[in-house]
Ligand binder design. Structure first.
Ligand SMILES: CC(C)(COP(=O)(O)OP(=O)(O)OC[C@H]1O[C@@H](n2cnc3c(N)ncnc32)[C@H](O)[C@@H]1OP(=O)(O)O)[C@@H](O)C(=O)NCCC(=O)NCCS
Length: 401
C-alpha cells in the first residue's frame, strides 16, 4: 500500500518532483527547486511513499483561471510522475484521489492540466476543454487581407520594463478570454521574462507597442538563424503576442511578420479563433494543426457552475456521474446562474469529464452527443444546453504548465 501526503520539507519536495524527472527532465537542481517552491509550495506537492521511499509525485499550482464571464480559483495540476519501478500499481490513482480531495477542501472549484498523453486523465474526471494548435506563416504569404494603417510605436524593452508594461495587456485580454491563468510577479519573472541558461536557446526578445505612452500590445519571441541555398530561412518563434484592442493586436502581428530575414513566423498553442486566421489574406498557408489544449476537471460542481456566466435559457437539470469526487454525483439544477441539488427529472445525463469539456465553451453538447459522451434524456435538451454554455471568444491557455 502507498501512503500519499503533501511534502513536509524541501528534501521530500525535491524527491517528489524528481519522479517526473524520470521521464521529461534531468533531476531537479537545488536552484530549480528554490525557484519552483515560490510558485508551488510544499503543501501543494503530493508524494507517494512506499516504505519511506518516494515513488511518485503530483503537484497543483494555486492560480485563478478565467472562465466565461469571470475567474475562479483553480488547481493547475503539474509534475505528475510515478517511478518506472512502480508503474501500473495504482500509485497515480491514489495520488489523484488525494489531490482532488485536497483541492476540494481548499475551495478550488476546478482543476486543470495539460495532458502528456490523452488517455490518462479522463478516468479521473478531466475532459478536453480547449483546443490548441501550431501554425507557421511563410514570409511570402504574410500579407494582411485588410492592410489598414498601423497604430502605435514599437520598441524593445528590458525584462524589468516588461514586468511593468506587459501584465496590464495580458490582464485585459484575460478579462475577455476564458482559459487564461492569473500570473503573479513570480510567475511572470520565472516563466516569461527570465532568459533561460541553456546554450541551445536563442535569447527571448521583448517588444512593447505603445500609443500615447500607453502599452497596448506586446510580444515575446525568439529568432533562430538559418541560411538555405542563398536565401534567408530563419524562423521567428512567437512565445506570446497579445493586444488589448483589435488595432493593437493587428499592429503587433504586423511587426512580427515584417521582421526582416525571417523565412517564417511560428506560433504554438493557438486557439481555432486566433486573430491571424482573419488578419491574413491567405490563412490556409499557415497549415494550422490542432490538438487538445487545456483539460478541465469540475471539482466542486455547484460552485463551478455558479461561477461562470451563461447565455439565454434554462433551467437545465443534469444527471452527473462522478466516480472519484462522489460529492458531485447526482442531479443538479442550473437555473438563473445558480446550481442546486434537485429531484427533478434530468434533461441530460453525462460523466463529469464531459461537463469539464463543455465548461469553458470550446466543446458543445452537440459534439459530446455525436461522440457518444452524453445522453439526451429530454428532447431538445442539447439545444438548450448549448444556448446556455456557448461562449466567445474560445478558451485560450497560452502556456503549458
Ligand atoms: C502516467 C503515469 C503517471 C501513470 O502512473 P501509474 O501509477 O502507473 O498509474 P496507475 O497504476 O495508478 O493507473 C491508474 C489507471 O490509469 C491507467 N493508465 C496509467 N497510465 C496510463 C497511460 N499512460 N495511458 C493510458 N492509461 C494509463 C491504468 O491502466 C489504470 O487504469 P484502471 O484504473 O482502469 O485500471 C506514469 O506511468 C508516469 O509517470 N508516466 C510518465 C510521466 C507522465 O506521462 N506523466 C503525466 C504527466 S501529465
Amino acid at each position: 500500500m502507498f501512503d500519499v501526503r503533501a511534502c513536509a520539507d524541501q528534501d521530500e519536495y525535491g524527491r517528489a518532483i524528481g519522479a517526473i524527472g524520470q521521464y521529461f527532465n534531468p533531476p531537479p537542481t537545488e536552484e530549480f527547486l528554490e525557484r519552483w517552491v515560490k510558485m508551488l509550495p510544499h503543501e501543494r506537492m503530493h508524494a507517494a511513499f512506499e516504505d519511506g521511499q518516494i515513488v511518485g509525485g503530483a503537484g497543483a499550482f494555486p492560480f485563478e483561471l478565467s472562465v466565461p464571464g469571470g475567474s475562479l480559483p483553480c488547481a493547475g495540476v503539474t509534475a505528475v510522475g510515478v517511478h518506472p519501478t512502480h508503474r501500473r500499481r495504482g500509485v497515480l490513482r491514489t495520488m489523484m484521489d488525494a489531490q482532488l480531495r485536497d483541492v476540494h477542501e481548499r475551495g478550488e472549484p476546478i482543476a486543470a492540466l495539460w495532458a502528456s498523453e490523452e488517455t490518462i486523465y479522463g478516468r479521473f474526471g478531466y475532459g478536453i476543454a480547449s483546443w490548441a494548435g501550431e501554425l507557421s506563416v511563410p514570409h511570402e504569404w504574410d500579407a494582411f487581407a485588410e492592410p489598414g494603417a498601423s497604430v502605435g510605436t514599437t520598441r524593445f524593452v528590458t525584462p524589468e520594463e516588461a514586468r511593468e508594461l506587459f501584465p496590464p495587456v495580458y490582464d485585459a485580454v484575460r478579462r475577455e478570454r476564458p482559459g487564461m491563468m492569473s500570473r503573479n510577479e513570480v510567475w511572470w519573472e520565472d516563466r516569461h521574462l527570465r532568459q533561460e541558461e541553456r546554450e541551445s536557446d536563442a535569447p527571448r526578445r521583448f517588444v512593447v507597442l505603445e500609443l500615447d505612452g500607453e502599452p497596448l500590445a506586446y510580444a515575446i519571441y525568439r529568432t533562430h538563424f538559418s541560411f538555405d541555398g542563398g536565401s534567408a530561412s530563419s524562423r521567428l518563434v512567437v512565445r506570446e503576442a497579445l493586444g488589448a484592442t483589435p488595432q493593437a493586436t493587428a499592429a503587433i502581428w504586423r511587426f512580427l511578420l515584417d521582421v526582416d530575414w525571417m523565412g517564417s513566423v511560428e506560433v504554438y498553442l493557438a486557439p481555432p479563433d486566433h486573430p491571424l486566421f482573419l488578419l491574413l489574406a491567405t490563412p490556409r498557408r499557415m497549415r494550422y494543426r490542432m490538438g487538445d489544449g487545456l483539460w478541465v476537471r469540475v471539482v466542486d460542481l455547484p460552485a463551478a457552475l455558479a461561477g461562470r456566466t451563461y447565455g439565454e435559457g434554462g433551467p437545465l437539470v443534469l444527471e452527473v456521474r462522478d466516480a472519484v469526487c462522489e460529492w458531485n454525483d447526482g442531479r443538479w439544477k442550473l437555473d438563473g446562474g445558480t446550481c442546486e441539488r434537485t429531484d427533478d427529472e434530468p434533461d441530460l445525463a453525462l460523466d463529469v469529464s464531459a461537463l469539464g469539456s463543455a465548461y469553458l465553451g470550446a466543446v458543445s453538447f452537440r459534439q459530446l452527443r455525436e461522440a457518444g459522451r452524453i445522453e439526451e434524456t429530454k428532447p431538445g435538451a442539447i439545444e438548450r444546453a448549448d444556448a446556455l454554455f456557448a461562449w466567445r471568444p474560445l478558451p485560450w491557455c497560452l502556456e503549458i504548465f
